[in-house]
Design a protein around this ligand. Structure first.
Ligand code: F0G
Length: 437
């Protein structure tokens, strides 16, 4: 079987060519998934090949996505690939974070070390490769900021025009700055992410622009390498839990697919449980699992959270995400603004740092520990999705006691670190330093 796009709806048998410009099944509207024939692939040979590539200087071998290209065989001609050396993100031990959440240990897979500072780069290199393979000249997305920063970077590197739609006034400054610097045509729309996505889907179809939101199945293909690299870094030792934030739910869908495929090939023999964490003000997927997990998701009309990256009320990939949560025996949790803010500061105190949405992973892990869902001695990996410097305003406001929820409630700066202003007086400064020893 050559690579194909397959309808994700279990009741729909439709399959499409891998180079069809489709984001949803034309027959039933279901999401699409790339599928491959991995029969006969030797897990030992595969992992030996990936190990050998770590000695190579070839750009595609150096990429933390394309190093694993046997898992992404939709690209036939590697000349279409644009790499910025994405992936290769560290897996970090975080003692203070473990203590804070009540675990013996916790590791963070920090996707903020990517070229544009978020996990989106893993997916974007794959999505842009497909765009170029299809001969597209323009690519577009709506974004809470990271997808747009990433798409702008890869489009610039790959000579495509990037058209970016953003919810006006609702994205962190660092992310907007990136889109401008990478040269994207940037349109700020006075609507929220979900509303703009509906608009962009219409416009891209009418104008023949390639859509690079995570509804695009090739974005998911790239992002699944986050799970592959994570397992590779652990010598294929499967953790008990992987905890990650959820917004549009592309990332959990991607990680789940990557893990299933590794198991199918025999590289791993069991699946880690996946835990998705949403911000309480934007938690339709959490609500679904709280009510009738077999039912339909109910969108949140006016999602609100200071973690603007996950301010999404109508997650596109919820059916894929539900499948991955269930297949892995996982769970969905929600956390408050205060819990996110404090967890974020603790991650900072580990010398690691992350943007607000990313900290939902630690906040959620702490909550699941407290509920007894995850045991103290569990082997837990949290995914940190974006870099600390994506949202400096949030950081400054937290540490100076000026952060408030979207509803206007004060957020306590539990782990605040207020800068001190002093006169240019060595005596006074010395006295101050002695008082703080
Ligand atoms: N964390 C960060 C930092 C994000 O930017 C996003 C999504 C998520 C988590 C959630 O991932 O949507 O796959 O469940 N950001 C998108 C964007 C929506 O436009 O950049 P998800």
């Amino acid at each position: 079987m050559s690579p194909e796009l397959v309808c994700f709806n279990p009741d729909c048998p439709e399959r499409y060519a891998i180079d069809a410009v489709l984001y949803q099944c034309p027959k039933c509207g279901g999401l699409l998934e790339a599928q491959y024939d991995f029969a006969g692939v030797s897990p030992a040979k595969l992992t030996a090949l990936w190990d050998a590539r770590r000695l190579s200087r070839e750009p595609l071998d150096v990429s933390g996505v394309w190093r694993y290209r046997e898992m992404l065989p939709f690209i036939e001609d590697t000349a279409h690939i644009v790499t910025l050396q994405e992936g290769n993100t560290p897996l970090l031990d975080a003692r203070r974070a473990a203590e804070y959440a009540g675990f013996d240990a916790i590791q963070f897979k920090h996707q903020g070390y990517n070229p544009s500072g978020s996990f989106k780069d893993n997916g974007m290199t794959a999505g842009v490769a497909q765009a170029r393979r299809l001969g597209m000249k323009r690519v577009a997305c709506v974004s809470t900021g990271n997808t747009s920063a990433s798409m702008a970077a890869y489009a610039a590197a790959g000579d495509l025009q990037a058209v970016i739609f953003l919810p006006h006034g609702k994205i962190a400054y660092g992310k907007l700055a990136q889109a401008l610097e990478y040269g994207a045509l940037t349109i700020q729309v006075e609507a929220n992410f979900d509303q703009i996505l509906a608009l962009v889907r219409r416009l891209t179809e009418e104008l023949g622009i390639y859509l690079l939101n995570s509804i695009n199945p090739f974005r998911i293909e790239g992002q699944k390498t986050i799970a592959i690299e994570l397992l590779d870094q652990r010598g294929w030792k499967v953790p008990d839990w992987i905890v990650l934030p959820g917004g549009n739910l592309g990332n959990v869908s991607a990680l789940g697919k990557g893990l299933r495929e590794l198991k199918q090939i025999g590289v791993i023999d069991r699946l880690p449980k996946l835990a998705v964490v949403q911000a309480a003000g934007a938690a339709p997927f959490f609500q679904l699992f709280e009510s009738d997990a077999d039912g339909e998701i109910e969108n949140v009309e006016a999602p609100e959270t200071l973690a603007t990256a996950i301010r999404i009320g109508a997650p596109v990939s919820w059916e894929k995400a539900r499948h991955e949560i269930r297949t892995s025996g996982g769970i969905v949790e929600s956390v408050t603004e205060q819990e996110i803010a404090d967890a974020k500061a603790v991650i900072g105190r580990c010398g690691i740092g992350c943007e607000p949405a990313s900290a939902a992973s630690l906040a959620g892990a702490k909550k699941l520990r407290a509920k007894g869902v995850i045991p103290q001695d569990a082997d837990v990996v949290g995914v940190l999705t974006g870099h600390l410097l994506k949202d400096p305003d949030y950081v400054y406001h937290y540490h100076t006691g000026q952060l408030a929820t979207p509803g206007g409630e004060k957020i306590e700066s539990t782990f605040g670190n207020q800068p001190v202003v002093m006169p240019n007086d060595p005596g006074k400064i010395a006295a101050f330093l002695q008082s703080r020893e």
